[in-house]
Design a protein around this ligand. Structure first.
Ligand code: NAD
Length: 273
């Protein structure tokens, strides 16, 4: 997919949230062997060194890789984002990241507008090809764009069939921003794989429920990077291009949205500081 920065991003990637630091190198090495070329990490995951080690050993040319990391909430103020990106790049062993995100708005600190202005400088300095945000609601997006005139390339938000955040999707459509769906499988905490629409779509195409849900994300135009520490599941989650859901199947999975926010499986942006 092409981002508003003009750079392209592989729509399917590999996420490393909760991959322990000493296991990250092995997990990312296996993911690269499976064929993933887009890795999503964050300073707070404390596994950037392992991600970097796997990249260095892989021999995959840098221009074939897409690497995202994120600014943690305690580095949003003053000039700290500049220090934070340099530390992340050191750990990753990279000269630039493909995408750098403000991890949460952390509205109680009221520093996310400063963080965004610093990310613009970081992009202009060549340390991040594209910049974006994560867990930002329309009110946060409106404010950072009013301040800087710069629309994030992406907003990475919790998104899966039961929790679709349609207000953020509408903002993205109206402003030329892409959506990255974290927790695309509901983090295993929501019984997505038992929902009839998912079971039926999977059966119709001879795929697993996880593959049906991930395919739904791709067809809805979301960027996804499911996480698994098991190589066979990494391969399963990467094997999404041999089938296509029908419009009716997509619509049936769309209808799993609870609409009232009750499908959310993790923290709300107002709760995280
Ligand atoms: P996910 O929805 O990808 O769920 C991961 C879990 O689903 C795994 O631990 C495993 O138990 C299960 N799973 C994976 N593949 C499966 C399969 N084929 N069949 C059955 N079960 C399977 O959740 P996630 O890891 O939280 O989200 C993906 C990525 O999003 C993360 O690794 C991270 O990179 C990113 N993320 C970002 C934020 C943020 O605040 N920006 C928050 C959470 C996650």
């Amino acid at each position: 997919m092409t981002l508003n920065s003009g750079h392209t991003i592989p729509q399917l990637g590999f996420g490393v949230f909760l991959v322990p630091p000493d296991e990250a190198e092995k997990a990312v090495s296996e993911a690269l062997e499976v064929g993933y070329r887009h890795i999503d990490t964050a300073a707070i995951y404390r596994n950037e060194e392992g991600v970097g080690a796997a990249i260095a050993k892989s021999g995959v040319p840098r221009d074939e890789l897409f690497v995202t990391t994120k600014l943690w909430n305690d580095r949003q103020s003053g000039e700290q984002p500049h220090d934070a990106i340099r530390e992340s790049l050191d750990k990753l062993g990279l000269e630039f990241v493909d995408l750098y995100l403000t991890h949460w708005p952390a509205p109680a600190q009221d520093q996310y507008t400063n963080a965004w202005a610093k990310l613009v400088e970081i992009r202009d300095a060549g340390l991040a090809r594209s910049i974006g945000v994560s867990n930002h609601l329309p009110e946060h997006l409106d404010r950072i764009v009013a301040d800087t005139g710069v629309v994030p390339a992406v907003d990475q938000i919790e998104l899966h069939p039961a929790y679709q955040q349609r207000d953020v999707l509408a903002w993205a459509d109206a402003n030329g921003m892409k959506i990255e769906a974290w927790g695309p499988l509901g983090q295993g905490k929501y019984p997505l794989f038992e929902r009839q629409a998912v079971v039926d779509a999977a059966a119709a195409h001879g795929v697993t429920p996880a593959q049906a849900v991930l395919r739904w994300h791709l067809q809805r135009g979301f960027i996804v990077f499911p996480k698994s520490s098991r190589k066979e599941r990494m391969a399963e989650n990467f094997d999404l291009f041999g089938f296509e859901l029908t419009a009716d199947e997509v619509a049936a999975i769309d209808a799993l949205d609870t609409g009232d926010g009750s499908g959310r499986v993790s923290a709300h942006p107002s709760e995280v500081n």
